[in-house]
Design a protein around this ligand. Structure first.
Ligand code: NAP
Length: 280
């Protein structure tokens, strides 16, 4: 990342409502890339033990009070990072502590810009859909903003998201629900394939350690190869499919088992669920 990309205005503050796994990933990224100093980061959490852990690990301000944490952001950024089922209560709680000038950044699956805007009496809302590899700076964040978000605040959020890996701005909110299925739920698909292949290796007779290493390195190498070669996956697959060979036999079994259909159905089901969560 260039020095320009890591620059945030000196008066930026960020408050995190609900500092669990994803909020911690953002906090850690902001500090790692030196985008914000710890004294400009505020986090609320209901559990004392978790607050102590966050304060000790990052030196940020912590509080049990969501209102106090939201107000500490001033006109800067309030990140909503609670689970979808807790959002309604949290919005009700903080509504008088968030000024209309504050940019509210929600990572909550399904929660629409309209719902958040109406609950907080402000239209200044950004929706982000991160994923778990954000925890190691290898994330994919898809985001969009309401027209009311000032250009400099969009730029600031874009900069902050780069601390987590790649970011992609999309024009329509429906694409956030689509991304919830593909990039946010995506690691689940990958981990399940990883687990199934490792188990298959153990079934063949490898130790779990060896099977795990073979599968992980093969998946990592295949993704890098696909990205660097810019070839269509079918072309890469054909390159290793000799007539009557092992890949041809494995492909036959995967097609027979409906692998593509299962993946397609899973992605569509995750999308429908994201839309459903937004209606609740
Ligand atoms: N994980 C992902 O891959 C992913 C990807 C994209 C988007 N998201 C979205 O990100 C959001 C957070 O997910 P997460 O995985 O970080 O979940 P998480 O680890 O459970 O974080 C949520 C945190 O909020 C705390 N909390 C509960 N009630 C609260 C309240 N009233 N006020 C303040 N904090 C409260 C929880 O405390 P306890 O631990 O005590 O319950 C928990 O630590 C979700 O809305 C999810 O849809 C997650």
């Amino acid at each position: 990342m260039s020095a320009n990309e890591t620059k945030l205005a000196g008066d930026v503050r960020a408050s995190f409502i609900g500092c669990g796994v994803m909020a911690e990933a953002i906090v850690a990224g902001l500090l790692r890339e030196e985008m914000l100093s710890p004294d400009r980061i505020f986090a609320s959490h209901p559990r004392e033990e978790r607050r102590r852990e966050l304060a000790e690990r990052y030196g940020i301000h912590v509080s049990a009070d969501n209102r106090e944490t939201a107000a500490a952001a001033g006109d800067s950024f309030v990140f909503l990072c609670v689970k979808p089922q807790r959002l309604g209560r949290v919005l009700e709680e903080i509504k008088d502590s968030v000024s209309p000038a504050t940019t509210v950044v929600s990572i909550v699956a399904g929660a629409t810009i309209r719902k958040i805007g109406e609950s907080l009496a402000g239209e200044n809302v950004i929706r982000v859909m991160p994923n778990t590899p954000s925890q190691i700076g290898a994330g994919m964040c898809v985001w969009t903003a309401s027209p009311e978000v000032p250009a400099e605040n969009r730029d600031a959020v874009k900069t902050m998201l780069r601390a987590l890996g790649k970011e992609l701005y999309v024009e329509t909110e429906n694409m956030i629900d689509m991304a919830t299925s593909l990039s946010a739920t995506g690691p689940t698909f990958t981990f399940m394939v990883m687990e199934a292949l490792t188990d298959a290796g153990v079934h063949l007779g490898f130790s779990r350690e060896v099977a795990k290493e073979l599968v992980q390195e093969t998946m990592l190498g295949s993704v890098k190869f696909a990205m660097e070669s810019h070839k269509h996956p079918a072309e890469l697959r054909n390159m290793v499919t000799s007539p009557g060979g092992t890949s041809a036999e494995a492909i036959y079994q995967m097609e027979k088992g409906g692998l593509r259909t299962v993946l397609s159905k899973a992605a569509y089901a995750a999308y429908r669920r994201a839309v459903e969560l937004g209606k609740k």
